[in-house]
Ligand binder design. Structure first.
Ligand code: BEZ
Length: 222
């Protein structure tokens, strides 16, 4: 099983460190990011959740609610939370600025296609890969990235992608390679030259190409 871009993200019910949630109700009208983790009390995951906690205000600024998932119990999550907070030097070790889902039976891991058969626990059961799901306010999947358990995520890249997803959701542009918020954007190929002039009053810079095709059109961040 798995989930594709554009699919409605499952409205699952789960126990979390912030109590039982129904995903769509928990999300409300916000964007959301769900990050899964192989297990509690593991080194890479501890650095990742610490970084997520430190970046909470960046996600909040972008109206993105954060949630993590690991295959251990709520009780384990509470114990692990203290280690994560100690690692980042937080003053309150009891709480993280986002809930952690307890997926002890791996039901969500299976439903969302997150199991990594090449990484197994002591009992031989596959661990959860490092999935990143970004969900829009319309509850559909906007982005998914799947990392193996042995490779930690890059949260600068994740914030960069969210900036692009949010910009391109509302403006008729795409973002080029290595784009960062504020950088020049590309006019969508589906927009005619005439419409582009009206839509992008800041101007369009078209690059001449050997093919003479007029598709490489840059415009300042709208
Ligand atoms: C970790 O989070 O450090 C980890 C978990 C499972 C396999 C490898 C690394």
């Amino acid at each position: 099983m798995g989930i594709n871009l554009g699919d409605v993200f499952p409205n699952f019910e789960a126990d979390t460190t912030a109590g039982r949630i129904k995903f769509h109700e928990w999300l409300g009208n916000s964007w959301g990011i769900l990050c899964s983790h192989p297990a509690d009390y593991t080194p890479v995951c501890t650095t990742e959740l610490g970084r997520m906690a430190k970046l909470a205000s960046e996600f909040q600024k972008r109206n993105v609610k954060m949630i993590a998932l690991s295959i251990d119990s709520v009780q384990d999550h509470h114990g692990w939370t203290k280690d994560i907070n100690a690692y980042i030097g937080a003053s309150n070790v009891e709480k993280l600025p986002f809930p952690i889902i307890a997926d002890e039976k791996r039901e969500l891991a299976v439903q969302l296609g997150m199991l990594d058969p090449s990484e197994r626990n002591k009992e031989g059961l596959p661990l959860t890969a490092r999935a990143v799901f970004v969900i829009g306010p319309d509850k559909t999947l906007k982005l998914s990235i799947l990392y193996p358990a042995t490779t930690g995520r890059n949260f600068d890249e994740i914030l960069r992608v969210i900036d692009s997803l949010q910009l391109t959701a509302y403006k008729k542009v795409a973002t080029p390679v290595d784009w960062k918020a504020g950088g020049d954007c590309m006019v969508l190929p589906s927009i005619s030259e005439e419409d582009a002039k009206k839509l992008f009053p800041k101007g369009i810079q078209m690059q001449e190409l050997p093919s003479s095709k007029k598709y490489l059109r840059f415009t300042p961040h709208p």
